[in-house]
Design a protein around this ligand. Structure first.
Ligand SMILES: NC(=O)c1ccc[n+]([C@@H]2O[C@H](COP(=O)([O-])OP(=O)(O)OC[C@H]3O[C@@H](n4cnc5c(N)ncnc54)[C@H](O)[C@@H]3O)[C@@H](O)[C@H]2O)c1
Length: 399
C-alpha cells in the first residue's frame, strides 16, 4: 500500500518536473507573475549541490553509491549545458522506474562478446548512465589500442544526453560518437504512425586550442516533444513540419500534435527533405537496435505507458585521430575559426555545434550555479521531503 502511494506521488512529481522543463523558456515577464517565483528570484544552485541532491535521491531509491554519483554527474552536466529536458528533471523518471521494478538499480553490465576493436555488452537492465559509462570506457581503451573502438549495448535504459559519452572520448584526445534508440515517437516520411524514436546521436572532436571543440548532439526528429508541450502552454501554433495529428495530417495545432504523438523527422515533410532525418533515425536504429538484438523501432515500449522493461540499444565509438593524418586537431581549429568568422546574416554570429552549450556553461560559471525554473525548484523541494533527503541549498546569483 505504502509503495503504491509513494509511486503515485512520484509520478505526480515527475509530471510537475516535466511541466517545469517545458516552461523553462517562458519569458521572464511571465515567470515573474507567478507567485512561486518570488522566493527563488536571483537564486542559483551550485553544480556540486545539484550532484549531491541527485546522488542522495538515487541512493534512497536503491542504487549503489558509485552509480548514484554517475547518474548525478550526468544529469547535472545536462543542466549545466542547458539541456534541462535531460537533466535533473529526468531523475524522477529513473526513481519511478526503479520503484516500479522496471530498472534494476544494482545490476552490472556484462560483456557478451569481445573481439579486438569491437564488443557487445548486455546492460542487464542497469541504469542507462552506468551502462553508457562502462561501454564508452571500453571503447576508449580499444581506440587507444587499435585506433578505433566500438561497443554496442542491449538491455539498456534511458541514458541521458548522448554528448556526455562523446565528451568522455574527447577528454582522452579521441573523437567520440554515441547514439541511442528510444520509444517510438517519429512517423517516417509518408507514414501516419510513429515507428522510430527521437533517436539522438552525437559526434565530437576537440581542436588544438584550449576549449575549442565541435560537439554535435541532436535528436533526429524535427524537435523534442518538450517544444510542443511549451507551445500548448503558450497557446501558440507550431511550425509546419514538426508533427502530425491523430489523423496523420501535418498539423500546426500544438495540442493536436501532442495527442497525435507522431513527430516528424528532422527536415519535416518530404518536400523539405524530412526523409533525411528519417534516414538518420533509421541509421541510429541499425547501430543500436538491429546490431545488438535489443528492442527496435516500433517494438520498443510506448513512452506514455512504459509498462515493461525498456531494453534499449546504444552505440559508443571512439576514434584515435593519431591513427590518421598528422595535424587534424590544428585543422579542426582552423576550420571552426573559419566558420565562426563567416559574415553573419543578422546581428548574431555564426556558431558551430557545441557553442550554445559552451555559452550556457559560461553563464552558469559566472552566476555561481544553475538557474532552474521555479516550478522545478519547488517540485524538487517536495521531492526531497518525499525521498527523505536534504533539499537543495540555493545561493544568491554571483552577478
Ligand atoms: N536519451 C534520449 O532518449 C534522448 C532523446 C532525444 C534527445 N536527447 C538529448 O537531448 C538533447 C537535446 O537535443 P536537441 O536535438 O533538442 O538539441 P538542440 O536542437 O538544442 O541542439 C542540437 C545541436 O545543434 C547545435 N546548435 C544549436 N544551435 C546552433 C547554431 N546556431 N549553430 C550551430 N549549431 C547549433 C547544438 O550545439 C547541438 O549540438 C541532446 O543532448 C540529446 O542527446 C536524448
Amino acid at each position: 500500500m505504502l509503495f503504491v502511494v509513494r509511486k503515485t506521488l512520484i509520478s505526480r512529481f515527475y509530471e510537475l518536473f516535466v511541466r517545469s522543463t517545458s516552461l523553462h523558456r517562458i519569458s521572464t515577464a511571465t515567470v515573474r507573475s507567478m507567485a512561486a517565483v518570488a522566493s527563488y528570484d536571483g537564486q542559483v544552485v551550485p553544480k556540486d549541490e545539484v550532484v549531491r541532491f541527485i546522488e542522495d535521491c538515487m541512493r534512497k531509491a536503491g542504487t549503489r553509491a558509485e552509480d548514484a554519483h554517475v547518474v548525478a554527474h550526468h544529469l547535472m552536466t545536462a543542466d549545466y549545458r542547458g539541456h534541462f529536458s535531460h537533466g535533473m528533471n529526468r531523475m524522477q523518471m529513473y526513481v519511478n522506474e526503479i520503484e516500479s521494478r522496471l530498472t534494476d538499480p544494482v545490476a552490472r553490465p556484462r560483456v557478451v562478446s569481445d573481439f579486438q576493436a569491437t564488443a557487445l555488452v548486455d546492460g542487464e537492465n542497469a541504469l542507462g548512465q552506468v551502462i553508457g559509462k562502462y561501454c564508452m570506457e571500453m571503447a576508449i581503451e580499444k581506440a587507444k589500442k587499435f585506433g578505433i573502438g566500438m561497443v554496442a549495448a542491449r538491455g539498456s535504459n534511458h541514458y541521458g544526453i548522448c554528448g556526455y559519452y562523446t565528451m568522455m572520448a574527447m577528454e582522452q584526445g579521441l573523437i567520440g560518437f554515441s547514439c541511442t534508440n528510444t520509444s517510438p515517437l517519429m512517423a517516417p516520411t509518408r507514414s501516419t504512425k510513429a515507428a522510430l524514436g527521437t533517436n539522438p546521436l552525437s559526434l565530437g572532436m576537440a581542436g588544438a586550442c584550449e576549449g575549442d571543440e565541435f560537439v554535435l548532439d541532436m535528436a533526429t526528429t524535427a524537435v523534442a516533444l518538450g517544444k510542443i508541450e511549451l507551445a500548448i502552454r503558450k497557446d501558440e501554433d507550431i511550425p509546419e513540419g514538426w508533427a502530425l495529428d491523430s489523423q496523420g495530417e501535418v498539423t500546426r495545432n500544438a495540442q493536436e500534435a501532442y495527442d497525435g504523438a507522431a513527430m516528424m523527422p528532422l527536415g519535416g515533410t518530404e518536400r523539405t527533405s524530412g526523409y533525411k532525418g528519417y534516414g538518420l533515425g533509421l541509421m541510429v536504429e541499425i547501430l543500436c537496435g538491429v546490431l545488438t538484438g535489443s528492442q527496435f523501432g516500433p517494438n520498443i515500449r510506448n513512452w506514455k505507458t512504459a509498462d515493461r522493461v525498456a531494453d534499449l540499444g546504444q552505440c559508443f565509438m571512439a576514434i584515435n585521430p593519431a591513427a590518421f593524418a598528422e595535424g587534424s586537431k590544428e585543422r579542426l581549429s582552423t576550420l571552426l575559426e573559419q566558420l565562426r568568422d563567416l559574415p553573419a546574416a543578422g546581428a548574431v554570429p555564426v556558431l558551430v555545434a557545441g557553442d550554445p552549450e559552451r555559452q550556457h556553461m559560461k553563464k552558469v560559471d559566472k552566476e555561481g550555479g544553475i538557474t532552474y525554473h521555479p516550478n522545478q525548484l519547488k517540485a524538487s523541494e517536495e521531492f526531497a521531503k518525499l525521498m527523505g533527503v536534504q533539499p537543495m541549498k540555493l545561493v544568491p546569483k554571483s552577478v
